[in-house]
Design a protein around this ligand. Structure first.
Ligand SMILES: Nc1ncnc2c1ncn2[C@@H]1O[C@H](CSCC[C@H]([NH3+])C(=O)O)[C@@H](O)[C@H]1O
Length: 236
């Protein structure tokens, strides 16, 4: 159901998304209330819409961030390790960090983006709040500049990997870097699904890829989306 949400404060926006059923999980709601979107979105921070953040990147709409967290929620526990590929503004990286941190049990979230100005921006954005600057100081959150299609093997294995830009395929390196059990959430441009011949005709879909405890892989195409692509880094 299409439902437009906004609020006059961050808490009001998230509560309205919750009331509209666009966020359903209480832990996700609390983690999103804990991150002021105004620190990350340059305009219309409390409206449920994407906004440009420069360098061809956008901060996704908050309901999309909510969906991503909800698909990964079973793998986001205090102490979990997470990789956020295409971290952009750093907003989702911060929300994910709230989900893997409890007093005395710090997980770690690595945000990776291939544009240095954006990893710098993400750090600056996080530093605007006390909790954000503490997460940076304790290295619970680290921003790395690099090609996210390769993951970040120094921090692997990950309980959860989130990809915030559309890949041209299900990069096997990312599946390799999952813990068993672990889950990858990735928008893919035209991945061939042998069970669904329609998927070859194009369109972007979120794929959820599970690495089970025995190391076996289960892939599922869950819903259609429109993300900016994962690309080569701009030259210069
Ligand atoms: N190959 C790549 N490696 C790392 N980051 C990439 C790559 N291709 C695109 N990106 C980044 O993917 C991001 C997608 S848009 C930013 C989404 C972010 N989750 C947010 O809501 O703020 C942009 O910041 C791009 O710079």
């Amino acid at each position: 159901m299409a439902w437009y949400c906004s609020g006059s404060t961050n808490t009001e926006l998230i509560e309205n998304l919750f009331k509209a059923g666009l966020i359903r999980d209480e832990r996700v709601k609390d983690a999103m209330i804990g991150v002021d979107r105004a620190h990350y979105a340059p305009s219309r921070a409390y409206s449920d819409s994407p906004q440009p953040i420069g360098h061809g990147a956008t901060i996704s709409a908050p309901h999309m961030h909510g969906h991503a967290c909800e698909y990964l929620i079973d793998y986001l526990k205090p102490g979990s390790r997470v990789l956020d590929i295409g971290s952009g503004s750093g907003y989702l990286t911060h929300v994910l960090a709230n989900l893997v941190t409890s007093p005395g049990n710090q997980g770690q979230v690595i945000g990776i983006d291939h544009i240095t100005e954006l990893t710098d921006l993400a750090r600056t954005n996080m530093d605007k709040s006390k909790t954000g600057s503490e997460l940076l100081a304790s290295q619970t959150v680290k921003f790395i500049t690099g090609d996210g299609r390769l993951g970040w093997k120094e921090g692997a294995p990950y309980d959860a990997i989130h990809v915030g830009a559309a890949a041209d395929k299900l990069h096997p390196t990312l599946v390799d870097q999952l813990r068993a059990p672990g889950r990858l959430f990735i928008p893919v441009e035209t991945e061939d699904d042998e069970n669904d011949r329609d998927s070859i005709s194009g369109g972007q879909y979120i794929w959820v890829v599970d690495k089970k405890e025995d190391g076996s892989i289960h892939k599922e195409k869950v819903f259609q989306v429109s993300y900016v692509p994962l690309t080569d880094a701009p030259k210069g």
